[in-house]
Design a binder for this molecule. Structure first.
Ligand code: KIV
Ligand code: NA
Length: 270
């Protein structure tokens, strides 16, 4: 909130386990998101609908162990908060107590306001998520930009104002025209965290494996991702080199082995 007041951009990155959290924390990310995108990037699932609250808690706890200073936000997965505000609060308490998160994130706008109010009133901070909400991908007709029409943009603004009114401390804007995201940011008191929403937001979030380039060639990458690394190539190069060395018996080399006194070995040989 202090960064937001002084208009300093807020940096956020996803993490899904101990090492990915450790590196994000030590490189100075302001916030770490344990996104339900871990369903795809860590668990090999088709989409986020399969991931369970128990899965999220296991990963959240691993991320919490790897992080010292970042503000930690855990995603409420599909099915863990839509039934009632009480269900949302019960799941949020688990993400905080068992998952060691500082806050939770949930998808939805005005219709989620009672749930956001219930959770925040209990003292758990909520980050809202509007625009392209992947948990609703089938209802949205796939992964597509939201708020492109005047009426769509008005709906987004109303949703943003509703989640702010309900007590959300911030709101993720995903796949929203940059002009719309900038105007929404200007009209809100709380920070907006953009992903595919241009640089007029109060902060940015990306999925770590996407920005690292830690995925096989040919995988679809959304337009908004900047690939800052080529971790998949580097990992492949290293594993291929290891494979070759083992096949050629050039690994392990003498320096990787434990010596034994000559006499002891000769005795053993006899
Ligand atoms: O699950 C996730 O990684 C997210 C971000 C893309 C915002 O929700
Ligand atoms: Na998510």
């Amino acid at each position: 909130m202090a960064m937001h007041r002084r208009q300093e951009p807020i940096t956020m990155l996803t993490a899904h386990d101990f090492p990915s959290a450790h590196v994000a924390d030590r490189t100075g990310m302001d916030m770490i998101l344990v996104g339900d995108s871990l369903a795809m990037v860590a668990l090999g699932m088709e989409d986020t609908s399969e991931v369970q609250l128990d899965d999220m808690i296991l990963h959240c706890r691993s991320v919490a162990r790897g992080s010292k200073s970042a503000f930690l936000v855990g995603d409420l997965p599909m099915g863990s908060y839509e039934l009632s505000p009480e269900q949302g609060l019960a799941s949020s308490i688990r993400l905080v107590k068992e998952g060691r998160m500082h806050a939770v994130k949930l998808e939805g706008g005005a219709e989620m306001a009672p749930t956001i109010a219930k959770i925040t009133t209990a003292g758990i901070s909520v980050l809202a998520h509007i625009g392209l909400t992947p948990q609703r991908q089938n209802a949205l007709g796939g992964f597509r930009v939201q708020g492109k029409s005047t009426s769509g943009a008005i709906k987004l603004l109303q949703d943003a104002q509703a989640v702010q009114q309900a007590g959300a401390f911030g709101v993720v804007l995903e796949a929203v025209p940059a002009d719309v995201a900038t105007l929404i940011t200007k009209k809100l008191r709380i920070p907006t965290i953009g992903i595919g929403a241009g640089n007029g937001c109060s902060g940015q979030v990306l999925v770590q494996v996407d920005m690292l380039g830690n995925f096989p060639p040919g995988r679809f990458l959304p337009k908004f991702v900047r690939k800052y690394g080529d971790v998949w190539s580097e990992t492949s190069r290293a594993i291929e080199a290891y494979r070759k060395d083992v096949k050629e018996r050039s690994y392990p080399a003498p320096e990787h082995t434990y010596p034994m006194p000559r006499e002891e070995f000769e005795e053993f040989e006899r």
